[in-house]
Design a binder for this molecule. Structure first.
Ligand SMILES: C[S@@+](CC[C@H](N)C(=O)[O-])C[C@H]1O[C@@H](n2cnc3c(N)ncnc32)[C@H](O)[C@@H]1O
Length: 235
């Protein structure tokens, strides 16, 4: 697979046994209650935005409380599926590194689980673009990858298991471009909070502790596997 767009057009947003391949590949049903609570926390944080841009919305746009939601993605398959999954809203084909909107044309913007799939040298352009089109706030869920040292140590056994499985079965995880800048790089653009401290491996391994983790994780944004970057243009 030679590009992220091609992956999402031809594989990621196709369904297998009623589920999207991307969802089957990168997520699991483990920790469903915790994941729902984390999502709700973000939903409350964003609140009733007058107009919310969900950029790189994927097949299942964010279930926000916004009065108007504009969903943009560069994958035509994502846009077609998004329209079916969330029939109200505005759906546009477009690239996050060149958003087809005027400056300050939406109230707030979200970009969830995407910027780390953009070429490492173009990620800052993507962040500048979402800042440009927003009047108020931008929320970016990032993936700290190798920089989330604590989580990587805590999940080492499962990482080793997955690695050995990948060596035996090279199709076990499909490769999509990924590059994680460090926390310091992210902080150039705004402040960091925690979306989730753990990754999928951590959620599997520490499922009995998720109640406790949900209570304390907000204190460790610089250890979060999924940090939440918040850009406040008025702040
Ligand atoms: C991991 S999915 C995340 C989808 C959704 N935001 C979510 O959280 O479920 C990444 C999405 O970003 C889109 N994408 C990747 N690079 C993009 C770009 N440069 N411009 C617009 N969309 C992009 C892909 O087509 C895909 O739908």
């Amino acid at each position: 697979m030679n590009s992220v767009k091609e992956y999402y057009d031809k594989i990621g947003w196709k369904k297998q046994k009623g589920k999207y391949v991307d969802t089957l590949t990168f997520t699991s049903d483990k920790g469903a209650k915790y994941k729902k609570a984390v999502n709700e926390r973000l939903r409350e944080m964003i609140g009733e935005s007058d107009s919310l841009l969900d950029i790189a919305c994927g097949a299942v746009p964010f279930n926000s409380k916004a009065k108007k939601q504009i969903c943009i993605d560069f994958s035509i398959t994502a846009i077609k599926e998004a329209k079916q999954n969330r029939p109200y809203g505005l759906f546009v084909l477009g690239d996050i590194t060149n958003i087809p909107l005027k400056d300050n044309s939406v109230t707030d913007t979200i970009s969830l689980h995407t910027i780390y799939h953009i070429d490492k040298d173009k990620q800052s352009r993507a962040i500048e673009e979402i800042r440009r089109v927003s009047q108020r706030k931008c929320y970016v869920i990032y993936n700290a990858g190798k920089h989330a040292t604590l989580v990587n140590i805590l999940t080492l056994p499962l990482q080793l298991w997955n690695w050995s499985e990948k060596r035996i079965n090279t199709n076990s995880k499909r490769k999509v471009y990924f590059y994680a800048h460090d926390y310091k790089w992210l902080e150039k653009y705004g402040r960091l909070e925690t979306y989730t401290l753990l990754n999928e491996n951590g959620i599997k391994l520490y499922s009995v502790l998720l109640g406790l983790i949900a209570k304390i994780e907000k204190h460790f944004p610089r250890h979060a596997y999924h940090p939440l970057l918040i850009i406040d243009k008025k702040g």
